[in-house]
Design a binder for this molecule. Structure first.
Ligand SMILES: O=P(O)(O)OC[C@H]1O[C@H](OP(=O)(O)OP(=O)(O)O)[C@H](O)[C@@H]1O
Ligand SMILES: Nc1nc2[nH]cnc2c(=O)[nH]1
Length: 204
């Protein structure tokens, strides 16, 4: 059975809790963009992903990994990285959210959890951003609880918080300052995941 979920059509997966995927209409997305600052260009992002693809390939080519996209933020990163991984792999996704179109994290809400296809596999988790680390720590734990042999984590960006996090990524494309960032899959109040560059929100 097909379900419509946040613009994606999802076949035959149990949807635990339909996440809030509606953009905040009380903000003006054009104004937000004008008031923000570009911190990485499209070319910076492309170069960073090419470097990540080489490093990841050197580590997991030959393991026939299960690559898991953390929806929805990692959709752009996954889409750009996957064609550069030149070895056999399987693909799946999970969905968990704790920002809910806001700029501060709250409790993690699961929409699609990892399932038994992770058993015995090298799982490559792809996410757009590692910020406080709570999201990826929870996903990794569930993958291991379902019997994953190992979990390798790659993120497009990591936020520099200057404090210890509950999880470390194995591969980080770009480092971002401690500001709310968007573009390349990352939203700002539910908008602008489609931007090819990375921006930082200016707070007045
Ligand atoms: O390291 P953390 O502080 O836990 O934050 C990182 C998470 O935040 C974002 O997801 P979000 O909750 O915004 O959901 P989304 O993927 O739907 O944007 C992002 O995609 C990461 O998964
Ligand atoms: N879009 C976006 N999502 C996040 N999730 C955690 N931190 C961030 C951030 O800075 N930007």
């Amino acid at each position: 059975m097909a379900k419509h979920l946040c613009g994606y059509v999802v076949f035959c997966r149990k949807v635990i809790n339909k996440g809030a995927c509606v953009a905040n209409r009380s903000v003006n997305p054009e104004q937000i963009l004008q008031q923000s600052e570009i911190i990485y260009t499209e070319e910076d992002v492309r170069n960073a992903i090419a470097v990540l693809a080489k490093k990841i390939s050197a580590r997991i080519a030959g393991t026939e990994p299960l690559v898991m996209c953390v929806m929805g933020g990692a959709v752009v990163f996954s889409g750009q990285l996957l064609p550069q991984l030149g070895f056999p792999l399987e693909f799946d996704y999970v969905q968990a959210s704790r920002y809910h179109e806001k700029t501060e994290g709250e409790q993690l809400v699961w929409t699609v959890e990892p399932r038994d296809n992770v058993r015995g596999k090298t799982v490559l988790l792809l996410d757009d951003i590692l910020d406080e680390g709570q999201t990826l720590a929870a996903i990794r734990e569930k993958c291991l609880a379902h019997g994953a042999a190992e979990v390798v984590i790659a993120v497009l960006v990591e936020k520099d918080l200057e404090r210890v996090k509950p999880i470390q990524a194995d591969y980080v494309g770009l480092s971002v300052p401690n500001r709310y960032v968007f573009g390349c899959g990352m939203d700002v109040y539910g908008w602008w995941r489609n931007l090819p560059a990375i921006y930082a929100l200016n707070v007045n």
